[in-house]
Design a protein around this ligand. Structure first.
Ligand code: AQP
Length: 327
């Protein structure tokens, strides 16, 4: 069975995009291999963040993982900064990814473009180096991600090829995989943009009250016409809502089109809101129970111990391969 690895960075309140594109799927596939799911707190430092927010966001993500059904018995859940091998390996691997390729990363270009050129941190630029280390440390073959992260996994593949060519078979080759439906949930106020926690216009947050979620869906931007039809180019708003509905109910697009034949946008939005609330009500309840128990700290402590064993083995293998003395 292949090792599976994924994570979320605690840069803000999690969105329905993170839930559909990542968390829900982690729980679904966790028994298909040795699964490692982490909270990428070091990655969150690549953009300015208050210490209190970083701490709270990190704890929240762990609780959301558990609320979604990730079972610490089958999935190693841990905080990236609790496993120093991530940072140690990154110091080595930064020599094997090149500035040209890093500067072509879409996420870097998008984020840097909104910042003052003189104040772009090195960490933001080198983000894919650390992400590649997150992946290779766990000998991970399957990397479930949303569409926006595929480019970084591709760069990690380049790194593995480059490293193994030079030093022999040391690192395991990963591959990105995406959910069939929901790999890119769009903003409800601008369905041409990704629903994103660092640009929270048109987001549904997992922390929103259920009635706020309903209101947001009922006022989501829709398109001209009145037909419920999956057509991303001409009907991005309805197509996005159909994606959410399909991801949560398991219904195919053709089935949804049939279900709403002759009905209007209002009927459809009500059904989407019901589907979101059906899913979110028990999930949020479990999250509340978990956050007020001591479970999160316990799980993260245990997870860091388990993760460190395999991460340290890989780190030692790399140190030895490159010729670090005494390793
Ligand atoms: N809108 C989305 N639709 C589907 N999947 C999504 N993901 C994020 N947004 C969507 C997936 O969630 C996982 C964790 O993401 P992340 O927090 O590590 O970073 P990100 O991809 O940069 O997500 P955000 O929300 O846009 O974060 P910020 O704003 O902090 O950069 C990933 O698998 C991601 O693809």
């Amino acid at each position: 069975m292949d090792n599976i690895l994924s994570g979320i960075k605690p840069t803000g309140k999690l969105t329905l995009g993170n839930y559909i594109g990542a968390i829900k799927n982690f729980a679904r596939i966790q028994n298909e291999g040795d699964t490692f799911v982490f909270i990428a707190d070091l990655h969150a430092l690549t953009l300015p963040i208050e210490p209190e927010d970083l701490r709270n966001n990190s704890r929240d993500i762990a609780a959301y993982y558990l609320a979604a059904g990730l079972d610490p018995k089958s999935t190693t859940i841990f905080l990236q900064s609790d496993v120093p091998a991530h940072s140690e390996l990154a110091v080595i691997m930064q020599n094997f990814l090149y500035m040209g390729e890093l500067s072509r990363m879409t996420q870097f270009k998008d984020k840097a473009q909104k910042m003052d050129n003189e104040a772009i941190g090195l960490g933001l630029f080198a983000y894919p180096v650390l992400m590649a280390c997150d992946i290779v440390l766990y000998n991970s073959k399957r990397i479930p991600v949303g569409e926006d992260q595929v480019q970084h996994v591709e760069l990690c593949r380049d790194l593995v090829k480059r490293f193994n060519n030079r030093y022999g078979d040391t690192l395991v080759m990963p591959r990105a995989e995406m959910v069939k439906v929901g790999k890119r949930i769009m903003s409800l106020s601008d369905p041409t943009k990704k629903m994103s926690k660092s640009d929270p216009k048109g987001d549904i947050f997992l922390s929103d009250d259920l009635n706020v979620m309903r209101k947001k869906i009922m006022s989501a931007v829709t398109d001209l016409g009145h037909e419920i039809k999956y057509d991303v180019e001409n009907k991005p708003g309805i197509s996005n809502l159909m994606t959410i509905y399909s991801a949560l109910t398991g219904k195919e697009f053709a089935e949804i089109e049939k279900e709403f034949e002759g009905k209007g946008y209002g009927d459809f939005k009500r059904a989407v809101a019901d589907a979101v609330i059906n899913e979110m009500e028990p999930f949020k309840k479990r999250y509340e129970e978990i956050i007020s128990s001591g479970l999160v700290d316990e799980v993260l402590e245990e997870g860091a111990k388990k993760a460190s064993v395999i991460a340290n083995e890989t780190l030692a293998r790399v140190q030895k391969a490159v010729g670090l003395y005494h390793k």
